[in-house]
Design a protein. Structure first.
Length: 714
């Protein structure tokens, strides 16, 4: 008898392999197209134009003379702002007497998103030596599906599709959801169609030789009263201005390796794309298509990965999470006073309560990670005023750890599965991700290994903040609590028989003695005993753990290992970057270089050098790339940011006020030189140049303010 799909599982019922998807995102909107720039009606999958958790466009297909044009090329611009598609005509009869050879027309589609609007310009240029009159059309539809419907969640009933509105050059499709909100999709054409219906606009145009005809299509996604009112030109200018401001805040990094530069550029562009302006500052939405919204854990880890590069991201994340921190106990939302948000959804199903994720607090690790980010942000910026502003939230988070996180008073933070929410509440939140050596699933309350490590680091970071704010008594108390946790953690979690920390303790306090990447986060948090850290560093590089592309989430020697699964044997870039950073903190640079090389090699096989959320953990096969995971988010914020934490791990970069430290800097063989320009510290910046000589790295400070001190420890 087969297993039933778990709640909120992302279904992939069809074995059909979809074409490469091209993605755009801006603000609360994102769009997924095929290589033609179309959203086909058949085999929809994830394609569409989405806004605030709803698919507002489920079909958008361009046809020439009632047929699909020939594909020439398509790409998303390096800065992720625009999608450009080049098409031409096939051999065709325009009418009974006129034959048009293929390649006579150039069709250029340029499109982008801005503030709930989709903007497209279609340019058709005639290279035939004679005038042409031909038809072209757009076919369109709006299913107003909630993102969870697209993922595969079945609904008992839906809202009401209202009668559409036809105007001279405009079509409005309307839907009133079960949440009582009216959602509308408006299709507006700059030219009046010759024929217009509720699902198709037909045009007949005459083009002379070498002449160009242009048409603008604007699609507005309207929730309630909101609607996008920009012209193509105005929206185009505003998108560029926003990106320009982000670039001004971020240093430029480049190297002697063009492939590595491509990975860096794409990753930074993806982070910029995923950053969304909120009332509390910029927040990196998690991933497209399934998680294009606020996730507490994802936002924190992305901010930590980028902290040395751009601390403004961390400030926005901390501000948002402080503002949405739980203040009361709401069992159906897993909310408890002081707890940090897991995710926030804006779609119809969240508003009606069909899913619990409207404002959901299921993460057990987001709260200690919030404290780690606050402490790390201060170390990077010395922004005491901001820390003072969120200090009540910091105190409330500490209180949650002690009063709500420790369910049975044993000194460890645990969780129980939620009836309508998540079963597992760490970063590996799939239902089968916590298990014993024989493969049986652990029963709660469950104390995850990495969560205890995060709590240790959180209390140490917060102790330092307390000291800065003149709260000496609290600082001493937190340091003592952290040391007691570390001592007990070593006794309970370390397993000599596997040379690794246990994955978790189950409800009977039995350790899950399986080798997983979770234990590597203990290095990141620096709770691991140095001897045990060295043992794990060796373990992670053994063939059963290291696939050749990266460290698997689960060793291939474990019963539950499955390289094609989401969490039980796959490779996650952010997970690898966190482990690499931890190895660096212990001076174990061999593993850092190995991870960097593996993920760099993998990046060259993914389209646009865009490393996805995860990929399969199958072993590295010579002359072949890594195996894709079918429903991975791509782009995904913490995967995009992984390269920056990896680079920080290689360089051993650490900040202490106006002092910049490089602990045992190393560079992998494929990087001879690295340049960092305009690295901000306080209100000034510095330029750095790194040169590798065999096993050594020379650092030249090209420019700096006299108040900034740079230290290199080898």
């Amino acid at each position: 008898m087969g297993l039933e799909p778990q709640k909120y599982y992302i279904l992939t019922p069809s074995p059909q392999v979809e074409e490469t998807c091209l993605v755009l995102k801006q603000g609360e909107s994102f769009a997924v197209f095929n290589r033609y720039g179309d959203i086909p009606a058949l085999s929809l999958g994830q394609r569409g134009i989405y806004h605030e958790g709803t698919r507002f466009v489920s079909q958008l297909e361009f046809c020439l003379c009632n047929t699909r044009p020939f594909f020439l090329s398509s790409s998303v611009s390096e800065n992720n702002l625009f999608l450009v598609v080049d098409l031409t005509n096939p051999d065709m009869l325009v009418d009974e007497s006129q034959f048009l050879p293929r390649g006579s027309l150039h069709i250029l589609r340029s499109k982008f998103l801005y503030e709930g609007g989709y903007y497209e310009r279609i340019k058709i240029q005639n290279f035939a030596p004679f005038p042409i009159t031909l038809p072209f059309s757009f076919t369109f539809a709006a299913d107003f599906a909630d993102i969870f419907e697209v993922r595969g969640t079945k609904r008992k009933t839906k809202g009401e599709f209202l009668k559409g509105i036809l105007d001279k050059n405009k079509v409005v499709l309307r839907y009133k959801g079960l949440d009582g909100i009216l959602r509308q999709t408006t299709f507006k054409f700059s030219l009046q169609p010759d024929e217009l219906s509720l699902n198709k606009a037909q045009f007949y145009i005459s083009i002379n030789p070498k002449e160009t005809v242009s048409l603008f299509l604007t699609i507005s996604c309207q929730v309630g009263e909101s609607i996008s009112k920009f012209t193509y030109k105005d929206a185009f200018i505003k998108t560029q201005q926003q990106l320009k401001e982000l670039k001004k805040q971020t240093p430029r990094i480049w190297s002697s390796n063009e492939q590595f530069n491509a990975w860096l550029k794409r990753s930074l562009s993806d982070i910029f794309m995923m950053l969304t302006e909120t009332p509390f500052g910029l927040y990196p939405y998690a991933g497209i298509p399934w998680f294009s919204t606020v996730f507490g854990r994802d936002g924190i880890i992305t901010a930590l990965e980028c902290l040395w590069l751009n601390p403004f991201i961390a400030r926005g994340v901390l501000s948002y999470l402080a503002a949405t921190q739980a203040k009361t106990t709401i069992p159906e939302k897993d909310a408890e006073p002081g707890k940090i948000i897991h995710e926030i959804r804006k779609g119809e199903m969240a508003a009606t309560g069909e899913i619990p994720f409207g404002q959901y607090y299921g993460s057990v690790d987001a709260t200690p990670l919030f404290l780690i980010l606050a402490g790390s942000y201060y170390e990077r910026t010395r922004d005491k005023e901001f820390i003072e502003s969120i200090w009540p939230n910091i105190e409330l988070a500490l209180k949650w750890i002690d009063e709500y996180g420790d369910l049975d008073g044993d000194g460890f933070v645990e969780y129980l599965p939620s009836p309508n929410g998540l079963v597992n509440k760490g970063w590996k939140d799939s239902h089968e991700s916590v298990f014993h050596t024989d493969g049986t699933l652990a029963k709660g309350p469950i104390a995850l290994v990495e969560v205890q490590a995060y709590v240790y680091a959180a209390k140490r970071k917060t102790a330092y903040l307390a000291l800065i704010l003149g709260k000496e008594k609290l600082a001493v108390s937190l340091w003592q609590e952290a040391e007691r946790l570390k001592e007990r953690f070593e006794k309970v979690f370390w397993c000599d028989e596997i040379n690794c920390y246990a994955l978790a303790l189950d409800g009977e306090k039995r350790p899950c003695k399986v080798r997983t990447s979770n234990a590597g986060h203990c290095l990141f948090a620096e709770i691991a005993d140095p001897k045990h850290a060295a043992q794990m560093a060796q373990l992670f590089l053994e063939r059963h753990f290291f696939s050749g592309w990266g460290i698997r989430t689960v060793s291939s020697q474990e019963v539950s290992y499955n390289p094609l699964s989401y969490h039980n044997g796959s490779v996650w870039p952010h997970d690898n970057a966190i482990i690499a950073y931890g190895l660096s903190r212990y001076g174990l640079k061999e593993g850092v270089l190995k991870i960097m090389e593996g993920l760099f090699d993998a990046s060259m096989f993914f389209p646009f050098h865009r490393v996805p959320e995860l990929f399969c953990g199958l072993p590295h096969r010579p002359h072949e790339g890594p195996t894709h995971y079918p429903v991975a988010c791509n782009p995904q914020s913490w995967a995009a940011a992984a390269v920056f934490l990896l680079l920080q791990a290689c360089l051993g970069l650490h900040y202490e006020g106006k002092k910049v430290y490089f602990y045992y800097p190393v560079l992998p063989p494929f990087l001879e030189e690295v340049y960092i320009k305009n690295l901000t510290i306080y209100n000034t910046s510095l330029d750095l140049y790194f040169k590798r000589y065999e096993n050594d790295v020379v650092i030249n400070v090209m420019r700096k303010n006299k108040d900034i001190e740079v230290f290199i420890l080898k």
